[in-house]
Write a protein that binds this ligand. Sequence first.
Ligand SMILES: Cc1cc2nc3c(=O)[nH]c(=O)nc-3n(C[C@H](O)[C@H](O)[C@H](O)COP(=O)(O)O)c2cc1C
Length: 372
Amino acid sequence: MGGKDRRKGKDRREADAPSRWLEVEDARKAAKRRLAKAVYEHARAGAGNEATLAENEAAFRRRAIWPRVLRDVAACDPSTTVLGAALRVPVIVAPMGYLRLFDPEGEIAMARAAEAAGTILAVSELASVRFEDIAAATASPKWLQVCVVRDRGRTRAIVDRAAAAGYAAIVLTVDLPVIGRRPREIAAGFALPPDLALVNHGAVGDDGAACPATLDDLTPDATLTFRDLEWLRGVAPLPLVIKGILRGDDADLAVRHGAAAVIVSNHGGRQLDGAPAALDALPEVAAAVAGRAEVLVDGGVRSGADVLRAIGLGARAVLIGRPALYGLAGGGQAGVERVFAILEDELRATMALAGCRRVSELPRDLVRPTPR
Ligand SMILES: Cc1cc2nc3c(=O)[nH]c(=O)nc-3n(C[C@H](O)[C@H](O)[C@H](O)COP(=O)(O)O)c2cc1C
């Protein structure tokens, strides 16, 4: 390699430093350069021909923020609460499996970054660090995401462990009765490395906490219905968050069956290709819930302005998936913290420019379809 190439490499490494990232897109670029191609494609992939994946981001660009002026925005406050927990910004880390694919510290680094950002981490049932160790890593609130599997004893064991370890809520993901087919991931030859075995579902430990399991044992039970939510609520006295709702009638049923919150989500475009953008589904869900539960949304949030758009259309807070993942892959804990700092800066500036002092007091008509 000649001197010219080495300089390029050094410049590139410097540009990849989280402190140099100016927008969420910079985290993605750094992650892409750092990750093996198959792992990057696993993160980036959507189902089918990725129409829903593209729509998630496009839907934000179809909404304009109609600013108000002369509203004394000297001290804008983006903080809020979700299920009683205080959040510095209305942005939660979405559940994502196998974070050690992206950083050696995996879920521990993500938990520390979430705590530093003053927010909640939703831990996936496919975490690559033991649930108890993630819980013990920080004092900040965490949720545990599960799918109900055929052997209810397995699901019960996970929920019991979550309650014992101090998780603040159970997130039930309902949009994967079958796992979406992601051609990009298949083409790249993605496969889980053997050392990332299911640490939370392996052989029974001394504490009797884990059940023997293979990935097949964790396949969601496709016979699940709304009636099963009551069973799940009976397992542990934790608030239940239903993730993967896109319709008002389903949101109503979820609330009637005891959901404390619903997450409007199409799984980041990774499940039903052809599903609407999460942002497009949000107003219908918010109207159907009508304040009986908290409404959150994820999918395609890439800036502070996007966070404000989602709140303007009825969300209490958003979750971010890939932006946090790219932060982790591109710069470990510091990378995730940088992504949150960027989103907070952007959100504060957007609030001031839009004439909004508090996220709980947005005018109903702040966010409207972009005029054509
Ligand atoms: C690599 C990856 C792994 C994911 N794993 C899970 C999971 O284990 N459980 C779950 O409910 N959602 C999972 N999701 C979906 C996210 O929780 C979230 O809904 C989605 O990423 C939001 O879209 P965004 O990436 O555009 O922010 C995963 C997403 C990605 C990208």
